[in-house]
Design a protein around this ligand. Structure first.
Ligand code: 13P
Ligand code: SF4
Length: 335
């Protein structure tokens, strides 16, 4: 396919729909392309196992942002969703940042449309705006500081006690943080479609069948699910906990992709995905799972789709990300 055809296809489909020779060993071919092009693959834990296995770095949003800021590769292929690749671009204006499928969005990021948020913010001029990293570059540009689930408490602590805070876009993470920090942040009413679907009834029933199992939950889950949890944390924190903790079985209330690393790190332990409140595979993030090994291969081969951004937006969105990095470093959360 020539580049003009490829670009035209991206506008419609969001990814390169190229027939890949089925005899190609994708693992080897991707490895070769990475060497040839000085490319690095950063993958989130929610990616399919094959993508996790070919990644140079797998992590949570905080770890991925840190890696993106530090890499000296010429090309960053981001195996994750759009706001993550956008964050990598904000931090690396001179590098080529690729995302295998431009339609890999995020329901949580989509729950904060820029214009509405701008108006909401204008009604609360005295508030410091903390935005969860799961938001668009435009929302980041309207924020004072960014946080992830791995550093949110430290970010909140960095704001003087009596300064009012507006927290966006996740109401569940915001409510959890209000409880943990004793603050009374004003919450934007957004949520993640995957983390809101876990069934308290089914998890409770599962606990009755596996009384020895501990419940691990991501703070994007709703309060009743979090109330059942033995441990709450970012994906990296959940993974670390499952490794250092002595229990032998866990019910995991977050996207199923994380189970691959949990199982790899702890082959003797049992990991059970927390069930959603119906029979669909809703605890698979439909956006994360748009990326496939074939798409990763074609993306590296054609160096498309690429993330582009207006420089003025990038500069405005970088400021609150830089603040996040400074606070995280000072708190010893990143090196
Ligand atoms: P983590 O930063 O914990 O990996 O979370 C990212 C995410 O999208 C959760 O849904
Ligand atoms: Fe967004 Fe939810 Fe998917 Fe995470 S799991 S990327 S918050 S839709």
């Amino acid at each position: 396919m020539n580049i003009a055809d490829a670009k035209a296809q991206l506008i419609n489909k969001g990814f390169l729909d190229v027939d890949t020779d089925p005899t190609v060993d994708l693992f080897r071919a991707i490895e070769q392309l990475k060497q040839e092009k000085n490319a690095i693959i950063l993958a989130h834990y929610y990616q399919e196992p094959d993508i996790q296995d070919i990644a140079d770095y797998i992590g949570d949003s905080l770890g991925l942002a840190k890696q993106a800021a530090q890499t000296d590769a010429s090309i960053i292929l981001f195996a994750g969703v759009h706001f993550m690749a956008e964050t990598a671009k904000i931090l690396n204006p001179n590098k080529k940042v690729l995302l295998p499928d431009l339609k890999a969005g995020c329901s949580l990021a989509d729950s904060a449309p820029t214009e509405l948020f701008k108006q909401f913010k204008a009604r609360h001029p005295d508030y410091v705006v903390i935005s969860y990293i799961n938001c668009s570059a435009e929302i980041k540009a309207l924020s004072d500081i960014i946080c992830t689930s791995g550093n949110a408490e430290k970010i909140i602590e960095s704001v003087p006690e009596n300064t009012p805070i507006l927290f966006a876009p996740d109401r569940n993470l915001g409510a959890y943080l209000n409880k943990k920090t004793g603050r009374n942040m004003l919450l934007w009413n957004g949520a993640c479609q995957v983390h809101e679907l876990f069934s308290v009834e089914k998890i409770t029933r599962l606990k009755m069948r596996h009384p020895e199992a501990k419940v691990l939950a991501h703070p994007e889950c709703e309060a009743p699910v979090l109330a059942l949890a033995d441990y709450i944390g970012s994906t990296t924190q959940l993974l670390k906990y499952s490794h250092s903790d002595s229990a032998q079985a866990y019910i995991v209330a977050t996207e199923t992709g994380i189970l691959h690393q949990m199982q790899k790190d702890n082959p003797q332990k049992i990991f059970i995905p927390a069930p959603p409140n119906n029979n669909c595979a809703c605890n698979d993030c439909p956006y994360m799972k748009l990326n496939t090994l074939e798409k990763v291969y074609n993306t590296l081969l054609y160096e498309l789709p690429e993330i582009h951004m207006e420089e003025s937006l990038r500069i405005a969105a970088k400021k609150p990300l830089d603040r996040m990095m400074e606070v995280s470093k000072a708190a010893g959360l990143i090196g």
